[in-house]
Design a protein around this ligand. Structure first.
Ligand code: MG
Length: 163
């Protein structure tokens, strides 16, 4: 019952979630190289979450009798000038993702696709959490500034993020 237009938009979002997973894996490796294993762990968990989001869409497309179309996942940015710049990219990427989800809701609405609209509610709510998480981390990184002791304390806190 879903239209080709909806399936196309869902497949695009599936790809966007994979792109985000790729970006966060790059961030995890960037922080590991810096010796910040807590930050690295945080982004590794985040990458796995994005993969989970992609799979949620993947399963939904199949449940609706659509075809999953996997397209290229381009190489992400892999190095940053500073911790602040990497974490700012995290915020930007989640804000962009929110905009993409909202556009996807618009497509479902335009097509009168109630099921997809309801399915996407989970993602709308999830983005509220994702933006909060990213902005919270950015605020802490700004507070830490150039203080290595505070940075190591934050790193220890991030190491505790649950899988
Ligand atoms: Mg996501």
């Amino acid at each position: 019952m879903s239209s080709e237009k909806v399936f196309r938009a869902l497949n695009e979002q599936l790809n966007a979630e994979l792109r985000n997973a790729y970006l966060y894996l790059a961030m995890a490796s960037f922080f590991a190289e810096k010796g910040l294993s807590g930050f690295s762990h945080f982004f590794r968990v985040q990458a796995r979450e994005e993969l989970g989001h992609a799979m949620k869409i993947y399963d939904y497309i199949l449940d609706r009798g659509g075809r999953v179309v996997l397209s290229d996942v381009p190489a992400p940015k892999q190095s940053w000038d500073s911790i602040l710049s990497a974490v700012s990219d995290f915020v930007r990427s989640e804000e962009e993702n929110t905009r993409r989800i909202w556009r996807l809701v618009d497509v479902a609405r335009e097509e009168g696709d109630k099921a997809t609209e309801v399915f996407l509610n989970w993602f709308v709510e999830e983005q509220v959490e994702e933006e909060k998480l990213a902005q919270g981390l950015l605020a802490k990184v700004k507070l830490v500034g150039d203080n290595p002791v505070a940075l190591l304390a934050l790193d220890r806190e991030l190491a505790k993020r649950e899988e």
